[in-house]
Design a protein around this ligand. Sequence first.
Ligand code: SF4
Ligand code: MSK
Length: 626
Amino acid sequence: MSQIHEGVTITEDGRLLLKKAEQDQIETVWDRLETQQPQCGYCDMGLSCRICIMGPCRVDPFGEGPQRGVCGADADIIVARNLCRMIASGAASHSDHGRDLVEVLAGVADGSAIGYSIRDEEKLKRVAVEYDIDIEGKETLAIAGELAQAMMEDYGMRQKQIRLLKRAPKKRRECWEKAGIVPRGIDRETSEMLHRTHMGVDNNWQTLLLQALRNALSDGWGGSMIATEVSDILFGIPSPRPTTVNVGVLKKDQVNILVHGHNPVVSEMILEACLSDQMISLAREKGAEGINLAGLCCTGNELLMRHGISMAGNHLMTELVLSTGAVEMMLVDYQCIMPSLGEIASNYHTKMISTSDKAQFPEMVHREFHPENAQKLAYTLVREAIENYPRRGEVYIPVKPVNAVGGFSVEAIVSALGGTPAPLIDAIKAGKIRGAVGIVGCNNPKIKHDYANTTLTRRLIENDILVVDTGCVSVSTAKAGLKVAEAIKYAGPGLKEVCGALGIPPVLHMGSCVDNVRILVLASALADALGVDISDLPLAGAAPEWYSEKAATIGSYFVASGVYTVLGPMPPITGSINVVKLLTEGLEDVVGATFGVEPDPEKAAVMIRKHIESKRKKLGLPSIDV
Ligand code: SF4
Ligand code: MSK
């Protein structure tokens, strides 16, 4: 390994495969980060603007050069606009994912989505009732059709507010009303955000940022929540099941197929094809022992949560996994798929397939999935992957997989607690569990791969704080061995006692990026049970290695929902002290929560513990000095 890459990851599979990639002369994300140095300081501080073509413009942070863009926008406006656009893009991404699921639901109802079905009728009915649909005496498919229509209306501007906001505690909804940030329609808020950041529209950095919170809420309590709920209806509510993680989940003697991206619509069909006798026999005919389907990133998390499908890696492993030479086919849908993957795969026998009408990539073969053709196409592609097996060259799978447990939906957590959140609340009241933290988000090559995600998690559970995680963090902690019941040995005495009695790990895998909404639902259930607002609870959020616009949106809807959230990497806002102050202090008076920023996970853990103890004190619960 070259000097440059030493110490870029804490994972053994990452280290070994980086070495292999280097031998194979593969350029990775870390190489490209190096070639980008020094990265633009103006952009890093959010002080550059290219919204219109009177620009591009930049504001000098030292006060010596220009202080306004050509149009007259100052640093506050430029920084706020840039952040707002990040949040709008994140909201659009998750919510568009939700829309795709609603279209499949509508297709199931009218019979056009061949091979898809309603796997959880009870949840369908429960959600339909939340949408004020009369379900009495109606056929399942009729309810599905009506629910799909009602959800589609949530995307537009036909009502005063999106429907699932009703799930939030009353006090939280009143807070949103007071702040004027009740989201009205999912698409509407993103559209308005883009409108307001056009040159010459909203030039008040405060009102811009409030709209960004409303936009984020439209994702958290709207598009993402719809994505999760409809996924559960179509593919089943996750429940705890064992799985394995890391590159060692690839099998030397089997056809390895990887799914990467976010949306389960494609991967569920691929799974069906991989499990079919017809495909398994074909694999054997070609000399393989079977077919091994594994996941990457959040499409992987969706399969892991519902079926226990193994996970080959998170964001920064997606390039390296190809250098095993053991992957017959990688199918991608959308989001977080590096455009470099096609070229890397061309060094091996791996077939790269893009599947979404809205996401194409260089050097990948595009085979578009639609609800009508998905089942047939899934079989065709799995067949092609099997036929690719004999073309395999040398294989390098340098590690053994690690065991983990996934599948902790809210329903599963409540069931593990005996049917009610009361035991969790009692444990929090008694101080056995000091509080709970949702650790979410990505990897970022600017941070040692998986170091911040796992270190923060370890420090929190050591201090009796229950951790729930999603997205790429959940892979980091699973690889570190923190997601098995035996991991209670790493927990503090109180958390160890509670998790030990329940037979659950101290770090609960709650799903993919859109599944962060499960954390909101859980927080609401705890707040309702205690008769308080979410912002009163000893809870926090963290995104120690975030990189994506979606993570900025998730952080924003956490904060707007009353959850103090600590980011690892600093967002590009340091060019405006006003924006920094509003986000890290001022929002307390608006939504009862703020952002913190701390790249060092040891320090972030202390910040979070202090916050949790202060909330405990305010609730009159026993608290300690941190
Ligand atoms: Fe420059 Fe203003 Fe145009 Fe931005 S919107 S590029 S600051 S002129
Ligand atoms: S995949 S958004 S790198 S968590 Fe959801 Fe991972 Fe972050 Fe993508």
